[in-house]
Design a protein. Structure first.
Lengths: 362, 146
């Protein structure tokens, strides 16, 4: 099986996360040992809160009971909420799926479950939660009213599991999934209103469609392919190229003899600092003038470096990418090369590889 | 892990204690900044543990257990900061987590002098790292604190 470019970074992050949790457990073990030791040697009776902490630390049976109930409730929520995510993806195929909402539905249910377990029947805690939620400002303008229903459904299931009303949660999950599926299947609210709804092409039977229908369905296929995530990605790429062009214009300075950059390099790395340290040596070598235009970090993608510079005729983008890949090991995850001057006539087809994109956004 | 690490696993462990790296010109411990503060803290913590563990000091076993547990907890925090914030506190984390627990074990067995000897070895390794500016543990973890 071929490894994806981000696999190594993902594995590294997962290992680090696992090591961190193991350390947290180890730290918890050490602190409980310390408390027991302190209790055995020094009188801590006057410190009420420490005493409570000690009793909860030593009551391992009670703790295990709580842990098991919490795990069971969270697992139940996950199991019951998962079909909601599937139904959402099924029913929203035509309009375009929002991947973040699918994840939100699943995670939100589990979060609400945890919150309800914390609140139980405590009114003061409930008021506290209102304040906290107001401070967090968990608000989002959802494109479709139906999306809000999915979010509420996840909250409902989470509340059910959190309050240990599993029977309600499971029926809420099953019945609501069935209702949403039926609504989507029979296009309730669309056909009745007289709208002509284009049928979704069945990918498994492409030969059956002929003539006009085939043309119509091809259009639908393209629409489906371009919908949602694909369109969003194209928009992002266009925005990125436009932004880089503007930065290139700003960087050019005739007085200082700085020519307008004609190419951009976008480098994603597991560690932006280490990658920059290694890549700078290549990018400033041999009088090449590459300038770091921006550096950013995101939890999802890791570090991102954007360089602007001028490509001479002697060096091909593929050669430059290869050189950067070699020197940036193991921190560089992927490299993208973009020409900012428009479409360039390709002299040697063999030199290009999959990573480079000519005239992006033209 | 690269080939160098794979082939010299045992040697690496010894090197990480002594700080001696044969034929390696790599300087990976800084004079200032980097993890120098945490290295100095580690050295002073080891010294404190040695002094407290030495039988002539007369510190009780229970007090020693508390001190070693607190030191190990500090080491665990250093390791956690190294993992989360990618701070260069790995050396302090590993040494301060492992060594106090070894001390606790040896004190439990009433082998206090053995604990002192191990502590002195670790302390000399730690000081050697600071003077030679080389650290086998850093090399193993591909970290440079320069």
């Amino acid at each position: 099986m071929k490894n994806e470019p981000g696999d190594a970074a993902c594995r590294y992050s997962a290992t680090r996360l696992l090591a961190y949790y193991l350390l947290v457990i180890f730290f918890g073990f050490l602190s409980s040992e310390l408390l027991v030791e302190l209790n055995a040697n020094y009188p801590l009776d006057e410190f009420m809160k420490i005493k409570e902490l000690l009793s909860s630390t030593m009551n391992s049976t009670g703790r295990a009971d709580d842990v098991l109930v919490t795990l069971w409730s969270l697992l139940s929520t996950f199991i019951f909420v998962l079909p909601i995510g599937w139904v959402y993806m099924l029913t929203k195929r035509e309009e375009g799926i929002d991947p973040s909402l699918v994840q939100t539905i699943i995670v939100l249910g589990m979060v609400v479950c945890g919150v309800m377990m914390l609140l139980q029947d405590n009114l003061a805690r409930a008021f506290g939660l209102v304040g906290v939620v107001a401070a967090v400002r968990f608000r989002n303008t959802l494109k479709d009213t139906k999306d809000a229903v999915y979010v509420f459904l996840a909250i409902g299931i989470g509340m059910g599991c959190g309050l240990r009303a599993y029977h309600i949660a499971v029926w809420l999950s099953i019945v609501m999934c069935a209702v949403l599926y039926v609504l989507w299947k029979f296009r309730v609210g669309r056909t009745a209103a007289g709208f002509e709804v284009p049928a979704l092409t069945n990918a498994s039977e492409p030969e059956k469609t002929k003539g006009k229908d085939k043309k119509k369905n091809k259009g639908n296929e393209a629409a489906v392919a371009l919908s949602g995530a694909s369109l969003k990605r194209i928009e992002e790429n266009l925005e990125q190229t436009e932004r880089l062009r503007r930065l290139a214009t700003l960087l050019a300075d005739k007085n200082k003899g700085i020519k307008k950059p004609n190419a951009a390099l976008i480098i994603r790395a597991t560690s932006a600092a280490e990658a920059q340290h290694r890549l700078d040596r290549v990018l400033t070598n041999g009088g090449q003038a590459w300038h770091l235009a921006s550096a950013s970090f995101s939890e999802r993608d890791g570090g991102k470096l954007e360089y602007l510079g001028r490509m001479d005729q002697a060096t091909s983008p593929a050669t430059l990418i290869e050189r950067l890949r070699q020197s940036g090991k193991p921190y560089v995850r992927d490299i993208e090369f973009i020409y900012l001057r428009g479409l360039k006539k390709q002299k040697n087809a063999d030199e290009s590889d999959g990573s480079e994109r000519l005239g992006e956004g033209e | 892990m690269n080939d160098w690490v794979r082939e010299n696993k045992l040697k690496n462990i010894i090197d990480s204690v002594t700080g001696f790296i044969e034929g390696s010109p790599v300087i990976n411990v800084g004079f200032k900044g980097g993890d120098l503060q945490t290295r100095l803290f580690t050295a002073s913590a080891i010294l404190t543990l040695i002094v407290l563990t030495a039988p002539p000091t007369g510190v009780s076993d229970s007090a020693l257990r508390i001190v070693t547990l607190a030191s190990a907890m500090t080491g665990a925090i250093f390791l956690m900061t190294g993992l989360v914030f990618t701070a260069r506190t790995h050396y302090a984390g590993i040494v301060l987590t492992a060594l106090p627990l070894i001390f606790k074990l040896l004190v439990g067995w009433q082998w206090r002098w053995a604990a002192v000897v191990i502590g002195l070895l670790a302390l000399s390794g730690s000081l050697l790292n600071l003077t030679t500016r080389r650290c086998g543990l850093n090399k193993m973890l591909h970290i440079s604190s320069v």
